[in-house]
Design a protein around this ligand. Structure first.
Ligand SMILES: C[S@@+](CC[C@H](N)C(=O)[O-])C[C@H]1O[C@@H](n2cnc3c(N)ncnc32)[C@H](O)[C@@H]1O
Length: 218
């Protein structure tokens, strides 16, 4: 099935609040567990970058799991960052460890050397996926660990409909729409391998880890 891109930024008020208020406990905890498994040195990371942080749930879970880390969290949606900042305001123990930046990924500049760069569910939003891989190449060093998780594009529309039915049929209509559109906008494993090769990141590994997710790590 051909890729059908979706809008990059999540800025519609109804869309943002549905996403921010959804229960992502299971998938986001799974993200942290997979990061621990595939990035064995994550617990040593002090300086960390979260690309496409959205309303912040993954960032909070990361900060909670890795108490020595300070996290720069970047998103191009002011609406998403408002949610993240409001929630952070209610968690005093995490204040000072998470710094938000409102920026598009390709515009983000940093002079820091990150120990770990991670991203969840950003790649499929990008019109041009090379924006993510080129940015990672630009700001990482030989020592930087990378962990990216994203959706995997199903082979057919029928398969995408089945996954929507299986995983989000009890969610609000807008989340069901976004999940379906995101599946159609996602990439296949071979496409991601080709992107990594173009970006000079062939050392990173790509692995399908469920019927709808892939990870990139190394
Ligand atoms: C599906 S959400 C994922 C949020 C978060 N990582 C999570 O797992 O809950 C994707 C986020 O990426 C942001 N985004 C998409 N394209 C972007 C770009 N080019 N630059 C910056 N942020 C972008 C969107 O605004 C949105 O907040």
């Amino acid at each position: 099935m051909k890729r059908l891109p979706e809008p990059e930024l999540m800025v519609e008020p109804e869309q943002v609040s549905a996403y921010a208020e959804a229960d992502f406990e299971e998938p986001h905890s799974n993200f942290i567990n997979l990061l621990k498994k595939y990035c064995s040195k994550a617990s040593e990371a002090r300086s960390v970058l979260d690309l496409g942080c959205g309303p912040g749930d993954v960032t909070f879970k990361f900060a909670d799991a890795f108490p020595k880390a300070t996290i720069d969290a970047v998103d191009g949606s002011k609406e998403m960052l408002e949610f993240a900042k409001n929630i952070l305001g209610d968690i005093p123990e995490l204040r000072g460890r998470i710094n938000y930046t409102h920026s598009m990924i390709h515009d983000y500049k940093s002079t820091k050397e990150y120990d770990l760069i991670y991203s969840n569910s950003l790649l499929h939003h990008l019109m041009d996926p090379m924006v993510l891989w080129n940015k990672i190449y630009e700001i990482s060093s030989e020592e930087t660990k990378i962990f990216v998780m994203d959706l995997l594009r199903p082979e057919t529309i029928g398969e995408a409909k089945k996954l929507k039915e299986l995983y989000v049929s009890n969610e609000p209509e807008i989340l069901q729409r976004d999940f379906y559109n995101s599946l159609l906008a996602a990439f296949e494993v071979d496409e991601v391998r080709e992107q990594l090769s173009q970006a000079g990141l062939s050392k990173l590994e790509v692995k399908q880890i469920s019927d709808r997710h892939l990870i990139v790590f190394g």
